[in-house]
Structure formats: C-alpha cells, structure tokens
Write a protein that binds this ligand. Structure first.
Ligand SMILES: [Zn+2]
Length: 116
C-alpha cells in the first residue's frame, strides 16, 4: 500500500468546534423573601448579584424581607403601652414595692427625717 495514499481523517465540511463558545446560562441562585402577610416569594438572581434586602411582595405589594421570622414592616403586636406598663413588665410588684420603700427612705434621709 503506497504511503502517499493515506487519507487524513478530516471530514469534509467539518468546522471548528463551537460548542465551547455557546452561551452558558449565568449561574443563578434563588433568594427567598417573606412579607408580613406570610407570602413566600422566591426570586432568581445571578450568582454575582447581591440580593436586595427588601423585595416587593408580588402578591400584596408589601415589602418582603429575607428573614421569615421578621419580615419588614410587621405591625408591632403590642399596642401602645404606658411607661408604667413597661415598668411593670420589667419589675414585679414586690420589686416595685422594695424600690419604692428604698426611694422613700432615701427621700426621708435627705429631708433629715428619721427613717421608718
Ligand atoms: Zn405579600
């Protein structure tokens, strides 16, 4: 077999491989948001994009945040409280009485009256 007749294995019409140049879908991640109506929303973001802190809920339009337990703008469950109510929350009645007695004793001392 004459060596000169070896046909090189190149197909007619073969083209450079373009597959590597095809656009890959950008890497994505899913970010979840919750609004205060407990609507759960997931958005897809490009991996390199920083997720916004707040996303408008597509169902009710309220701002939705990334913390399910603490969505933005959640109405405070506690109604308005008086200063006394806050004090009562921090102190028991007994503590309150002790503090009051102490304060009165102080006051009496400062006024030069005998304690008790
Ligand atoms: Zn919502």
């Amino acid at each position: 077999m004459p060596i000169g007749n070896v046909i090189r294995g190149t197909r007619v019409g073969s083209a450079p491989d373009h597959r590597a140049e095809r656009h890959q879908p950008a890497p994505c991640r899913t970010v979840a948001y919750w609004c205060r109506n407990d609507h759960h929303t997931q958005i897809r973001l490009a991996a390199e994009v920083e997720a916004p802190e707040v996303w408008d809920c597509p169902r009710c339009g309220l701002p939705a945040g990334r913390d399910a337990q603490n969505p933005p703008g959640r109405a405070r469950p506690e109604p308005y409280k008086t200063h006394l109510a806050y004090v009562k929350e921090r102190r028991t009645a007994e503590e309150g009485a002790a503090i009051l007695a102490e304060a009165l004793a102080d006051l009496r001392r400062r006024r030069g009256r005998p304690v008790s």
